[in-house]
Design a protein around this ligand. Structure first.
Ligand code: SF4
Length: 741
């Protein structure tokens, strides 16, 4: 081990490159000390006594995606490595609700016993696994294998179902493969037009913004967002256009833009004829979405719809045009169709596969891309293989050395898995890895109730997250800078994560935990705790699959070689997909006609004083996902300490809401009470809540667990809520929306 290590940020899918340096010698493992975990019923016998100061120095490293830049989350990421709230021993919850330390042997025996009990009483599918998009490729791969062979359950899925599955389903349908960006990010630099829908990269991944400069300088940055987000603000002063549709109408807007492309003769007919199928059906499907009608449905002026189509077509002929989608388009019950509409538009213009244009979706979580390729999805086996495909099952049975029939079939997608908790025929014993479902899941109150109805809940985490607090057993795991492994960034490029710090003595890697549990459960096959050995197995498992990693190894990654999948053994990888063919058997892309669906009529407010509005949720610059990590970083918490609901001043005035006053945002699922932030950046009929906060500030108390029928992705971005001013002040305890630990 050296005292500096080149690695990547632990948070988002941009995976900014950084170097970690120990100021002197390697920082020591946390030392025994007092028990600094207020607000939570936990007793540690040992915990780090040090204050939350940086264990390592972070410096940005030159890399094509971030070019040395980091956002404030990345700069402060090392402060969590010796945070006083770190869990460093297995913790068992007693009858009094207090977590107390136990030995690893005892903890593993208990977990194995809970698995055997659930299996004996209810069957193998009574055991469930919930994974995360932050796990390394090695851990995601091993989690799928562990669930299916050691636990013998089909019930495994992960939180990537919440953030990537609709774009993934649309990509599979259109292109036959799903890689978020099928081109290196640097390709955007030279584009003259970029249409970005439902993504606020200026806050979620700020170093990305440098890749928009070329389009912005050319006046060709077009941002679609119901809010004037920080990214949308870049379109001001000649930078481009901001289209501000009604929430939930992206699909309709895209049909309107496609209508203009077709009816103004802007289609790349040679490309469509040669490289696509389904054109005629798409033409018929958009015929009734002329710009003035789309204006009436979306609120976007018809002239802006026409202008967008013309700029995209002009860019495709000169400079390059890209269409990029994010969660704002996808997190809907018709998210797969909305992403499909974006892909159809890109195909009409001949963008995918072009040398200077393209379509892509922006993956969010750190390993959101790799995490969905290697087997922690309910319906997939490693290498992006379908679990129902006999050839795929036979291949994995050979790699794992087990009879094919021992590999279970498809399980339940994440929302259904969580709905099944404690139910007849549902999951009774659950393992959660790298996910804070109490804060991050739709209809969060119902998810918490489901967790409490389990016979046994095991959570692997390094902090007492809101989900860990619900666990019967907490198993302390390693943080990013304490482990080796690989992740796959938003470009489909495989990167090395390197160990720079010795972990606390009591923490263990998930690979070690799975290996020890597999022994106790007499599981077939092998479960290495060494990341490189697991990666070598992953290479074999992925060989011949869509996400083929068989030509990649640690040595080449350590040399800094760019490794974009598919990377079959003997090849040089695939920085740009689709240059010659798409991944369907005939080599063509498929255009599928899609049309908007009617939405369910929302329930009426029981309070006549409340105004029914649309809620959209999203991220803040300072926080990442459920905030389980970033709410523990002093600088980030100081900057954004609590949830605030963004309300337009005109709407606020009508409801008697003033800046900083308390607002109730409620619906039939729950209630959020927080302070108001007045802003003309939001529509008067819409409110915005960040989703990083727990308790009364938890936006996901309000989101619905309705899902897209194709992808299983929940409806995060369009929920009806009842908004009113709160007359009576609440106690400070009720307003507690963050943890200080
Ligand atoms: S943009 Fe993402 S990867 Fe880069 S520093 Fe920020 S959180 Fe980390």
């Amino acid at each position: 081990m050296t005292n500096s290590a080149d690695t990547h940020c632990p948070y988002c899918a941009l995976q900014c490159a950084m170097t970690l340096t120990s100021p002197a010698e390697l920082a020591p493992a946390p030392q025994p000390g007092p028990v600094p975990v207020p607000l939570l019923p936990t007793l540690h016998s040992s915990a780090p006594a040090a204050a939350a100061t940086a264990a390592l120095e972070v410096s940005g490293r030159d890399f094509p995606t971030n070019r040395g830049g980091l956002c404030r989350k990345g700069w402060t990421s090392a402060t969590l490595l010796n945070h006083p709230g770190r869990i460093t021993e297995p913790l068992l919850k007693g009858p009094d609700g207090v977590h107390r330390p136990i030995s690893w042997d005892h903890a593993l025996d208990l977990a194995a016993s809970a698995v055997r009990d659930a299996r004996a009483r209810y069957g193998a599918d009574a055991v469930g696994v919930f994974g995360g998009g932050g796990l390394t490729n090695e851990k995601a791969y091993m989690l799928g294998k562990f669930a299916r062979l050691a636990l013998r359950t089909s019930r495994i899925d992960y939180n990537g179902r919440f953030c990537m599955s609709s774009a993934a389903a649309a990509g599979m349908r259109a292109f036959g493969v799903d890689r978020g960006l099928p081109f290196p990010l640097e390709a955007l630099d030279t584009a003259s037009t970029i249409l970005m829908l439902g993504s606020n990269v200026a806050e979620t991944m700020p170093p990305f913004v440098q890749h928009l400069k070329g389009a912005r300088d050319a006046g060709g940055l077009i941002v679609v967002d119901p809010r004037r987000s920080a990214t949308a603000a870049f379109t001001a002063d000649g930078g481009g256009l901001h289209l501000q549709p009604l929430p939930g109408t992206d699909l309709t807007l895209l049909l309107g833009i496609s209508h203009v492309v077709i009816h103004e003769g802007l289609v790349d007919t040679a490309f469509v004829e040669e490289r696509t199928a389904g054109y005629s059906a798409v033409v018929r499907s958009v015929n009734s979405f002329w710009p003035e009608r789309v204006q009436s449905l979306t609120g976007v002026p018809a002239d802006l719809i026409r202008e967008t189509a013309r700029r995209l077509a002009a860019g495709a002929r000169q400079g390059g045009s890209y269409i990029l989608t994010g969660r704002g388009v996808e997190q809907h019950t018709d998210g797969t169709d909305a992403a499909t509409a974006a892909i159809n538009l890109s195909l009409l213009l001949g963008l995918p596969g072009s040398a200077r244009s393209g379509y892509g979706t922006l993956t969010g979580q750190g390993n959101g891309q790799g995490g969905r390729e290697h087997g922690q999805k309910a319906d997939q086996l490693p290498g992006y293989r379908k679990i129902t495909d006999p050839a795929a099952r036979a291949h994995m049975a050979r790699v794992w050395g087990v009879p094919e029939e021992t590999i279970p079939g498809p399980g339940l997608p994440a929302v259904q898995l969580l709905k099944s908790l404690g139910q007849p025929d549902g999951v009774r014993c659950l393992f959660i890895h790298a996910s804070n479902v109490v804060v991050a899941s739709p209809d969060a109150n119902a998810v918490t109730a489901g967790l409490r109805s389990l016979d046994f809940l095991v959570v692997c985490d390094f902090f007492m997250s809101e989900t860990a607090a619900e666990a019967d057993l907490i198993l302390p795991v390693l943080q990013w800078a304490e482990e080796e492994g690989t992740l796959t960034n938003l470009e489909g490029r495989v990167l090395r994560r390197r160990r720079a710090l010795a972990p606390p003595a009591g923490a263990r890697s998930e690979l070690w935990i799975m290996a020890r549990l597999a022994e106790r459960l007499d599981a077939p096959s092998t479960y290495s705790e060494d990341p490189e050995t697991v990666f070598e197995e992953l290479r074999l498992a992925s060989a011949g699959g869509l996400a083929d990693y068989s030509g990649i190894d640690y040595a080449m990654l350590d040399r800094g070689e760019a490794a974009y999948w598919p990377y079959p053994a003997g090849s040089t990888g695939t920085p740009r997909l689709f240059r010659d063919r798409f991944a369907h058997p005939d080599g063509k892309a498929v255009m599928s006609p899609v049309v908007p669906r009617r939405r369910r009529t929302p329930a009426a407010s029981p309070d006549p004083a409340a105004k029914t509005m649309t809620l959209i949720t999203g991220r803040l610059l300072e926080h990442y996902q459920s905030g389980a990590q970033t709410r523990r970083v002093t600088e980030l918490l100081a900057s954004q300490p609590e949830a605030m609901v963004q309300v337009h001043p005109a709407a606020a005035e009508a409801m008697g809401i003033t800046a900083g006053s308390l607002v109730s945002v409620a619906n039939e699922r729950g209630e959020v009470v927080c302070k108001a932030e007045l802003s003309t950046d939001i529509r008067p009929d819409t409110v915005f809540l960040p989703f990083h906060f727990p308790g009364l500030g938890s936006a996901n108390r309000l989101t619905e667990a309705a899902t897209d029928p194709t992808s299983g992705m929940p409806e995060f971005k369009f929920n009806k809520v009842w908004v009113r001013a709160v007359a009576a002040p609440l106690s400070s305890k009720m307003l507690q929306t963050t943890e200080a630990s």
